[in-house]
Design a binder for this molecule. Structure first.
Ligand SMILES: C[S@@+](CC[C@H](N)C(=O)[O-])C[C@H]1O[C@@H](n2cnc3c(N)ncnc32)[C@H](O)[C@@H]1O
Length: 348
């Protein structure tokens, strides 16, 4: 938002800043006006409007054109400045309405406004406005509230997410984590991974968070790379088998089953696996995944669909599939992981 209050710069701004521009246009218009008047008087005073001591009617026309041009440029520049002032006023008012800017009275008794400190709430609101305006596939506030509830109920030590994008869902989950909880989130697109890292850093700024040992953005590690390739290596270092308490899948729908299979050795007993878009993609890319968690895995999961709306669309039904990891009854190797995690975490 701060950026939006800055004047757009063009090359003219660098060569001729506004005060110089106004002095140049105004001075040139004034000198053209004076020259036009002098030329006109000389022409009128000369007998039969003939040549008057080297002054021609052409000089008069040139001076009048100069006067019109410089006056036009002067007025145009003034109007553009007024447009910018009005735009800044609109942005300030919008920021106050959104709660991003606060009004205060300064030492001289003048009413002023200033941007509030950047913190996690501020970043979440900003991402929501962006998501709503441009229809970004962030989970959105309604599904986000569901996700936060699941995290709050589960109180996970480690959440793993596939599909960070700008970090909206990661931030929401981070807000609901218990003390000491962490999130590892995978993003294969470098520019999104960098954007998310920036938002996580910003979410850790601000007065509100001062003195808090674990600030919201600091609870999130953004891992750049394809989750199908990186997940096992990163989780081996992050806690090893049985370290995931909650897995949130929001990457490419047809890859969900691959993510799950890669994550299975790291699921803790009773871990929750939450899959986004289980309504809209139920008959498409998510079909094999849903078949797997709803019985095809041979009883590794107990699964249910929580119906909700698609982000930013009240007219489109969607859902999130919430599956509880019951452990591997089929001896696929993940059972050893569960046992290992029980021992490691002290779960009976
Ligand atoms: C729907 S968006 C995620 C939105 C995010 N969870 C939120 O709610 O704010 C999907 C993201 O997953 C990423 N993605 C897709 N396939 C991936 C993969 N195999 N590994 C890591 N990230 C992936 C995409 O680049 C995209 O940024």
């Amino acid at each position: 938002m701060e950026d939006e209050l800055r004047d757009p710069k063009n090359f003219l701004e660098y060569f001729l800043p506004r005060p110089l521009r106004l002095a140049f246009f105004g001075g040139s218009a004034a000198s053209c006006l004076i020259a036009s008047l002098i030329t006109a008087v000389q022409l009128i005073q000369s007998p039969a409007l003939e040549l008057a001591e080297g002054t021609t009617a052409r000089d008069l026309i040139v001076n009048i054109i100069g006067l019109a041009t410089f006056t036009g440029l002067f007025i145009y520049d003034q109007k553009q400045a007024a447009v910018r002032v009005e735009r800044r006023r609109e942005i300030r008012e919008a920021q106050i309405a959104f709660g991003d800017r606060e009004v205060f009275v300064n030492d001289q008794g003048e009413k002023m406004s200033r941007l509030k400190e950047v913190n996690d709430d501020w970043i979440v609101r900003r991402l929501e406005r962006w998501g709503k305006r441009d229809g970004m596939p962030f989970v959105g506030p309604d599904k986000g509230a569901l996700l936060q509830q699941l995290v709050a109920d589960k109180a996970p030590r480690l959440v793993v997410e596939v599909g960070t994008m700008a970090g909206y869902s990661a931030l929401l989950m981070a807000q609901a984590l218990p003390p000491g909880g962490r999130i590892v989130t995978f993003e294969k697109d470098l520019s999104w991974a960098l954007a998310a890292k920036r938002f996580m850093w910003q979410a850790s700024q601000g007065e509100k968070n001062q003195g808090v040992s674990s600030r919201v953005g600091d609870r999130v590690s953004v891992e750049w790379g394809d989750a199908r390739e990186k997940l096992a290596g990163v989780l081996q270092r992050a806690g090893g088998p049985g370290c995931i308490d909650l897995l949130f899948l929001d990457g490419t729908p047809k890859e969900y089953l691959d993510y799950l299979r890669a994550a299975e050795p790291f699921l803790a007993p009773g871990a929750l696996v939450v899959a986004d878009n289980a309504g809209v993609f139920a008959q498409g890319g998510l079909k094999p995944y849903l078949e797997y968690v709803r019985g095809g895995s041979g009883g590794k999961y107990r699964s249910e669909l929580i119906a909700c709306k698609l982000e930013w669309r009240d007219d489109v039904d969607d859902g999130i599939e919430v599956s509880t990891w019951l452990g591997s009854g089929s001896g696929s190797g993940s059972g050893a992981a569960v046992e290992g995690s029980k021992a490691a975490s002290g779960v009976a």
